[in-house]
Design a protein around this ligand. Structure first.
Ligand SMILES: [Zn+2]
Length: 483
């Protein structure tokens, strides 16, 4: 069956770069693109009108945690008073023995919510860099049911993080646990890579550069090479991590990872905000951007999450010009990859105090082609004959697109995930008119809400200071809740 999408602005790939065809057309047959660009003269079975819409390749979201938003909420900006509460330590360093894993139904509910939320906001390929553990059969079934494309495996580390009763961050190393977790990840890849009709693919996730020992990082990269899959770790994500790596190895996180052979074209690094190029570490020795560029590794830039924490790359443009491969991710909520384009663009301009940087072209490339390099996929992130039919119809007309000469500028300047009207993955329409075609949305939201409220209600039990959610992140106005 051939489906013709016509009448919109089509972002087609010409083999070297994206180009936009006004009143262009895309033809999809089975799971692939048959034609993308100008008019199509052949016979088709179904026609979809894209009038007033951008027909865009689906975005590659390089930073998704399939864990729900309970923890994300705790790292919100407003009430932070030191670096130990300004990053993942705010929800991943409990008092020892006081945090219990969520029940299986909560895990399933939160995973479903994350996939649905990301998909509806324009993500067609989810890079799951670590979520809740367990029930991997259910995970694979969910990917199959929802129709989304996912790269995943359970994250591994051999240093657990805790706070003591005085709020001091401690790391406890257990090499055997790390090895067991790595084996679990390798087993996951062996078992599930290629399942869900080829949409669930394997990758490895070394949790964070400072929560994995050097032997574990080396073993993880060796395993990724053997399995021929990409590997991710969080690096340069916060100053606590930067300083710990400096103390342990006398090197920046980037230089350390390069020196142990962790960085190459199949490596994705989450964030990489704190480098020799950033002002906060005040570490003017070496050139991390050159090291990154030479390694071929990809930086998964999550602009909005960092902006909320009063930080950003220094800068998107400087990384780009140094030759670093940049990709875009959302990390925390909202998982709105469309809005991330604007954040990436604007933050680059503000950081460099320069109008002429953070160009729409460059942020769009990062969210499409840039995310494909470490995946070694030339059939994603682009609309071209033979590529996977992963695409979006994004409604631009109501954004005032008629006043824009260029729909990509309209997209970056004004669009959000809520303008995503249609999402297609592998040639199947998963979202139509902004609503999922696969599951009962309201049910997914209700279950996720319940699981999150359950999580919030237990926070004071594992927090070192016994604080409740409202104390950690005070509401904007006093909240009056029904008794
Ligand atoms: Zn992350």
């Amino acid at each position: 069956m051939k489906t013709l999408i016509e009448g919109g602005w089509v972002v087609a790939y010409n083999g070297r770069s994206h180009e936009v065809h006004e009143r262009g057309s895309v033809v999809v047959e089975a799971d692939k693109i048959l034609h993308a660009g100008g008019p199509y003269a052949g016979a088709v079975d179904v026609t979809i009108s894209a009038r007033g819409k951008l027909v865009s390749p689906g975005f590659i979201n390089t930073h998704v945690h399939t864990a729900g938003g309970g923890g994300d909420y705790l790292l919100l900006d407003m009430a932070k008073n030191d670096y130990r509460t300004a990053n993942y330590m705010s929800f991943a360093a409990p008092l020892k023995g006081r945090m219990s894993p969520p029940p299986a139904d909560a895990v399933a509910a939160l995973r479903a919510f994350v996939f649905l939320h990301a998909l509806k906001n324009g993500t067609t390929t989810v890079i799951d860099v670590g979520g809740l553990r367990g029930d991997w059969e259910g995970y694979a079934r969910l990917v199959d049911d929802l129709g989304v494309r996912v790269y995943a495996s359970p994250p591994f580390r051999d240093r657990e993080t805790y706070m003591d009763a005085r709020g001091r961050l401690t790391y406890e190393e257990d090499a055997a646990v790390g090895q067991a977790r790595l084996r679990e990840a390798v087993d996951f890849v062996r078992k599930y890579d290629g399942s869900a009709q080829g949409r669930l693919r394997g990758m490895l996730n070394a949790a964070q550069v400072e929560t994995c020992s050097e032997p574990l990082l080396r073993a993880g990269k060796d395993a990724a090479r053997e399995l021929n899959v990409p590997i991710h770790t969080h690096a340069g994500g916060n100053l606590v991590e930067f300083q710990r790596i400096m103390e342990e190895y006398r090197k920046t996180p980037v230089q350390f990872l390069a020196d142990i052979g962790f960085l190459d074209e199949r490596t994705l690094l989450g964030h990489v905000v704190f480098t020799t190029a950033h002002g906060w570490p005040r570490y003017p020795f070496g050139d991390d951007l050159r090291v990154l560029a030479q390694s071929g590794a990809t930086v998964g830039h999550c602009p909005y999450k960092y902006a909320k924490m009063a930080m950003t790359l220094q800068s998107f443009q400087r990384y780009l010009e140094a030759g670093v491969n940049l990709a875009i991710g959302t990390d925390t909520y909202p998982m709105d990859i469309v809005a991330e384009l604007r954040w990436a663009s604007i933050l680059a301009k503000v950081t460099d105090a320069n109008y002429q940087v953070g160009l729409p072209r460059d942020v769009f490339n990062a969210a499409t082609l840039g995310g494909c390099k470490f995946l070694a996929r030339t059939d994603l992130g682009r609309l071209a004959p033979g590529a996977k039919a992963d695409l979006l119809l994004i409604n631009l007309d109501h954004l005032g697109a008629p006043v824009y000469a260029d729909p990509i500028k309209a997209l970056v300047d004004g669009a959000s995930g809520r303008d995503v009207d249609t999402v297609m993955v592998d040639g199947k329409v998963l979202v139509q008119g902004g609503r999922t075609t696969r599951v009962n949305e309201d049910e997914v939201y209700a279950k996720a809400r319940q699981a999150t409220e359950q999580y919030w209600s237990h926070v004071d039990g594992w927090r070192w200071d016994g604080a409740t959610v409202d104390r950690i992140v005070p509401p904007a106005f006093p909240m009056r809740r029904p008794a």
